[in-house]
Design a protein around this ligand. Structure first.
Ligand code: FES
Ligand code: FES
Length: 159
């Protein structure tokens, strides 16, 4: 067992974990944060994407011990304290960018990374930026629209 200290969605945790425990299983099974789903468990689908120290990672490809001392943000940590949706969550809702919703947490977390690096992306850049995240329902079109909507609103908020 290894003892880890990690902050998740603003809450500090200290737990003993098996050295081979994946971050996604730590989040879901130990902390009960089931908003981060497991799709493939092999780093292929992106459903499990979270932020670790400000960068998006596929949490099925990271060991919990690698998050020791770090800060993790899951899709559950994006809402305001009053429960209001963050701009990307709102845009996904408004633009009907989900059907079953299984890919949505990962899409939103990957899109945050994309918009941080490129706050005003083209549709092609959005598609390229999200190519590590798979959706089997939507055909991607509304996901791209949602990310462009959030980008536009981010631009307007800054002007
Ligand atoms: S569950 Fe992690 S990439 Fe698919
Ligand atoms: S909405 Fe079903 S997998 Fe994307």
């Amino acid at each position: 067992m290894n003892r880890i200290s990690v902050t998740v969605d603003g809450v500090a945790y200290r737990n003993d974990v098996e050295p081979r425990l994946l971050l996604v299983h730590y989040l879901r099974d130990r902390l009960g944060l089931t908003g981060t789903p497991v799709g493939c468990d092999t780093g292929s689908c992106g459903a499990c994407t979270v932020e670790l120290d400000g960068r998006s990672v596929k949490s099925c490809s990271v060991l919990a011990v690698q998050a020791d001392g770090g800060e993790v943000t899951t899709v559950q940590g994006l809402c305001s304290p009053g429960g209001g949706l963050d701009p990307l969550q709102k845009a996904f809702h408004q633009r009907h960018a989900l059907q079953c919703g299984y890919c949505t947490p990962g899409m939103i977390m990957a899109a945050r990374d994309l918009l941080r690096e490129n706050p005003d992306p083209t549709p092609d850049e959005v598609r390229h930026g999200l190519e590590g995240n798979l959706c089997r329902c939507t055909g991607y079109q509304n996901i791209v629209h949602a990310v462009l909507t959030a980008a536009r609103e981010g631009q307007e908020a800054r002007t």
